[in-house]
Ligand binder design. Structure first.
Ligand SMILES: [Zn+2]
Ligand SMILES: [Zn+2]
Length: 275
């Protein structure tokens, strides 16, 4: 059989349905998912993303398609990131609309984080619920997976605690739960501090954060709690202090890994419900 020669040409795709991106985002069960847009009409691989190559000795091997293999790989990464279904249309930083100066500053940081990845530290967004903290975190990982091919993972802190509780009661090692979280190049922990963690769970969180710190991996956090310093300025109840929820040790480690950004403002969802 004739040897396939690799032709160097650029696959073009893009239509109004996919905003010239080549992928479509949708909801599937609990998660947001991506799929190849039907405008991708790759003549090299018939749109499968894989191609059979032949060696001179007659053996064949399968490799990603030269032309659209990266698009397929990035879509797969997005589908493995565990992004909640309700954020399926949040695929890039431009989908966030700031409603306050502090939101604008947060947006600028997130944009720089994505553009300069992996050279800018991760970030921790703190402030009331309903200000778009999770939205911003998901903008970052959606863009990093779909446009840059970076392995990212989203986890909800409350779900993480539940997974740890199940592992503990089933006698499984906690490493099984935290391994994928340690391994991801960029990890989002959403709603840090939500739900009361016991001492053992906090020690597992400490391990997770330390391992990511030691391997210089970027971590993105959102939390409705604020640091002592911010709380002192706000003159609020101590119940809302991050250090009291997750401990001084983990908080100070996060200070070393992340830029802390406070988003001001009231919950816009509640305000519009009241109006
Ligand atoms: Zn299209
Ligand atoms: Zn192809």
């Amino acid at each position: 059989m004739a040897k396939t020669t690799k032709r160097k040409k650029k696959q073009t795709y893009g239509c109004d349905n996919c905003y010239e991106k080549g992928y479509i985002l949708e909801k599937q069960g609990r998660y947001a998912t991506a799929k190849v847009c039907q405008c991708l009409n790759c003549e090299e691989c018939s749109g499968t993303g894989k191609k059979l190559y032949y060696k001179d000795n007659g053996y064949s091997y399968i490799q990603p398609c030269d032309l659209c293999g990266i698009l397929h790989k990035n879509i797969k990464l997005y589908n493995l990131a565990g992004i909640p279904a309700k954020y399926y249309n949040v695929n890039e930083v431009s989908t966030f609309h700031p409603r306050h100066d502090t939101h604008q500053n947060a947006l600028i940081y997130v944009k720089q984080f994505v553009d300069q990845y992996p050279y800018k530290p991760g970030f921790l967004l703190m402030g009331a619920s309903g200000l778009g903290k999770t939205h911003l975190a998901i903008c970052a990982i959606s863009e990093l997976t779909l446009e840059r091919g970076i392995k990212c993972l989203f986890t909800d802190f409350f779900d993480l605690l539940n997974d740890l509780k199940s592992a503990y009661s089933e006698g499984r090692p906690e490493n099984q739960v935290i391994f994928p979280l340690v391994e991801a190049e960029v990890l989002v922990i959403d709603e840090l501090g939500k739900g009361r963690a016991n001492e053992w769970e906090l020690s597992v969180l400490d391990q997770l954060i330390s391992k990511r710190y030691n391997s210089s991996k970027s971590t993105i956090i959102t939390t409705n709690f604020v640091t002592k310093e911010v709380n002192a300025k706000l003159n609020r109840d101590n119940k809302e202090i991050l250090e009291y929820r997750i401990g001084e040790r983990i908080t100070s480690r996060l200070f070393e890994m992340c830029s802390f950004i406070y988003l001001e403002g009231r919950d816009f969802r509640r305000m519009s419900a009241a109006n």
